[in-house]
Design a protein around this ligand. Structure first.
Ligand SMILES: [Zn+2]
Length: 292
């Protein structure tokens, strides 16, 4: 299949890859520093290699997620970098913006600036790691701006059961459901198969509440066996599923010495029902992120 849109990759300026632990220490990002220091899965790719890996896998466009930085200054700096990356490669990359709502007015201003700068939504956000609440007044102002400007928000979603691993931090799924209920017009993307929420799309009340909520497949092989593809489209409806990889993470650690994009594409194409492929691999992302 040609023209895949990968809705969930990460990318960083080269200076972060040189010594991520030192960068994190110098820039007040202990969570990210700890995660990267502990990770055997993290790989790093500069734009030229990203584009080569995309071409090798038939990926036309990647949505570059921001990280859930703890400091607003880092969100702003990375947003400038992500927007510039997208501008340098039109049609190949689109950028989401990070924000730290605990920073108050500065966070609200940055959201508007990032959208003016071409970012196509917010993400990846993680309230528990960043230390803010989905019920805070600042967040509600930001969510209102996203609704007004028709911009989606992507949150990290953690599966509530299963083993503990480095960096695993709970994201109560009920909080996301409550947010969808308060902001029915807000397009919400819950990463990593929504932490299991697709199961509850079979509950009539929840399905109605989550009608504007989408689930991405980022890091799927690290968390679930390949039955998840068919099961999730069956439970949630294919129109709610967005293909995403979490590149440059090595999501098949025993089969990949470096991150690449083909193995996950092959799993998705082999396991998704044929009549859902166009929506999951491309069409839904165009609609949710408003890209042509
Ligand atoms: Zn995530």
């Amino acid at each position: 299949m040609q023209g895949i849109i990968d809705s969930h990759i990460h990318a960083y300026p080269a200076e972060l890859a040189v010594d991520p632990v030192a960068w994190a220490a110098a820039n007040g990002e202990p969570y990210w520093g700890g995660l990267v220091a502990a990770s055997k899965l993290q790989d790093w790719a500069e734009p030229a290699r990203m584009l080569a890996d995309m071409d090798a896998a038939g990926v036309a466009c990647c949505i570059v997620q921001g990280w859930y930085w703890q400091r607003q200054e880092n969100c702003a700096a990375m947003n400038r970098w992500g927007a510039a990356l997208a501008r340098a490669h039109p049609g190949r990359f689109a950028a989401l913006a990070s924000v730290q709502p605990a920073a108050g007015d500065r966070a609200v201003d940055e959201v508007c600036r990032a959208f003016d700068d071409g970012c196509v939504g917010l993400g990846e956000l993680h309230p528990a790691v960043q230390g803010w609440s989905l019920e805070s007044a600042v967040w509600e102002r930001i969510a209102t701006i996203c609704v007004e400007r028709c911009q989606p928000v992507c949150f990290h979603a953690t599966e509530p059961v299963g083993p503990d691993y480095a960096g695993k931090t709970e994201t109560p799924l009920a909080d996301y459901v409550a947010l969808a209920r308060r902001f029915p017009e807000l397009k919400i993307v819950l990463a990593h198969w929504g932490g299991g929420l697709p199961f509850f799309m079979m509950n009539r009340w929840t399905a109605k509440t989550l009608r504007n909520v989408y689930f991405d497949t980022a890091a799927s092989p690290l968390l679930y066996d390949s039955r998840v593809w068919a099961a999730a489209v069956n439970m949630a409806g294919a129109e709610h599923i967005l293909y995403g990889s979490d590149y440059p993470l090595r999501v098949y650690p025993s089969r990949q010495s470096m991150a690449e994009m083909r193995l996950l594409r092959d799993e998705a194409l082999a396991k998704l029902p044929e009549d859902t492929i166009e929506a999951v691999m491309r069409g839904n992302a165009q609609r949710v992120f408003g890209i042509a």
